[in-house]
Write a protein that binds this ligand. Sequence first.
Ligand SMILES: [Zn+2]
Length: 66
Amino acid sequence: MSKQKVLRLNTEICNECGRDVSPGSGLFINRIIDFDDYKTRKIMNKPFPKGGYICRECDEKLNNIS
Ligand SMILES: [Zn+2]
């Protein structure tokens, strides 16, 4: 039993488009934290379930679906 391998499931990418939203990427400022966990995002069929964020562009797209 080793605790050395801690899986970092939340990476600083948009879970919709996979783009980098880390500081300095240009999408950092308007990124939105996605409070769903990895499992939930998998179930929701997110293209990039590891991403702990949604960029502003994707958020707008998601909100415009009617
Ligand atoms: Zn995005």
